[in-house]
Design a protein around this ligand. Structure first.
Ligand SMILES: [Zn+2]
Length: 358
């Protein structure tokens, strides 16, 4: 029997979240394998009450562990990296990614007691990672988290492009801009592209995507025009948005603070890996300055950013009443609270719940 190329999505195809894909090449039943992304999705009260994390079923991978050449991570969003620490012990293959993603992957592994030294850091294209019959390149692509990568996967059967998530943004504020020239080159190399596995989130929107750069002035105008505390929620991983918000806060003469462990970890990781420079906020308050603001007037001069994972957690955080002795963001109805979230079916629902609570 002749060799064949296989594609097996264990999660992420036809759904939002839980990205986990397998590519294989070789004799049928004995193909050598690579895994692309190991993410989670989040339960909600409608579909999976009481469940925090949902992961791909990797029983087949576990049974064929000796055929796996490596795990490639496109970027550090939870739905691409969140299951690494939980599932790696069943797969035990080297993990390949770029620097910022690798630093966050190391946290994921260590949190679950797994070895972080299986993570191998690679430079972007033209660097090539050889993994059995696969030659893989990380191609920078803009997205709402720095250092996102599409993968070029060259196989004896032809070239596969696995885009990961992407946004065609020529001015992403932080991270690498989308470069159409590079993609023209990639499409025209060798025998061209045999397979494109493409992100489809928001594919039904008829409108072009907007650049992160267009937000700076409206956000500055908004923050400047407010008399009271300004609270902005966003994904902790949206480093560019954090930078825009922090700079607006400083320009408006406010103190800026980050709230939440995930937020502080993302910013410090971005700083340590050289992704984020000149971030104006005090990034890791041991005791939240917002809670020690003594007077009403003090609170007026603050601008906070908070994130608790995906939208469901943000909704919970904003709707929860302040508890005695807890480090709690004192959001009051009189204050102006802004939320922004990517529109997808999951977020529509959970953010709707959050708004009702406010
Ligand atoms: Zn993503």
């Amino acid at each position: 029997m002749s060799d064949r190329l296989i594609y097996l999505p264990l999660g992420g195809a036809g759904e939002i979240g839980m990205n986990a894909y397998v590519y294989g090449y070789g004799r049928p039943g004995a193909e050598r394998l690579i895994v692309v992304d190991l993410g989670v999705t989040f339960g909600d009260m409608d579909g999976a009450p009481g469940i925090d994390l949902i992961m791909a079923d990797v029983a087949w991978l576990e049974a064929n562990r000796d055929r796996i050449e490596g795990i490639f991570i496109t970027h550090a969003h939870e739905d691409h990296i969140g299951a690494l620490g939980h599932l790696w012990s069943r797969i035990k293959a080297p993990i390949h990614c770029r620097r910022f993603t690798g630093a966050l992957a190391a946290h994921k592994m260590e949190e679950q007691g797994q070895p972080a030294d299986v993570i191998q850091i690679h430079e972007a294209r033209p660097a090539v990672v050889q993994a059995g019959p696969f030659a893989v390149q990380f191609v920078p692509i803009s997205h709402s988290i720095p250092e996102s990568a599409a993968l070029i996967i060259d196989t004896p059967a032809g070239r596969i492009i696995h885009t990961g998530d992407f946004k065609l943004d020529g001015t992403p504020i932080v991270g690498e801009a989308f470069d159409p020239v590079v993609w023209h080159q990639i499409a025209n190399e060798g025998n061209g592209i045999k397979v494109l596995t493409c992100d489809s989130t928001n594919i039904f929107s008829p409108l072009p995507g907007r650049s992160e750069a267009i937000l700076a002035n409206p956000i500055l105008d908004f923050v400047t025009s407010q008399k009271n505390l300004v609270v902005a929620t966003t994904f902790a991983s949206n480093i560019a948005r954090l930078k825009t918000l922090a700079e607006a806060g400083v320009a408006a003469g406010r103190k800026v603070c980050l709230l939440g462990r995930a937020m502080r970890r993302m910013v410090s990781t971005a700083q340590e890996t050289g992704i984020l420079k000149g971030f104006p906020a005090r990034s890791a308050p041991k005791r939240l300055p917002i809670c020690r603001a003594k007077s009403h007037a003090d609170r007026h001069r603050l601008a906070g950013r908070t994130s608790r994972g995906l939208g469901a957690a943000v909704a919970r955080a904003l709707s929860r009443p302040p508890a005695q002795g807890r480090r709690q963001l004192p959001v009051q109805l009189a204050y102006h609270s802004r939320q922004r979230a990517r529109r997808d079916p999951h977020h529509e629902r959970v953010f709707g719940n959050g708004r009702r609570c406010l």
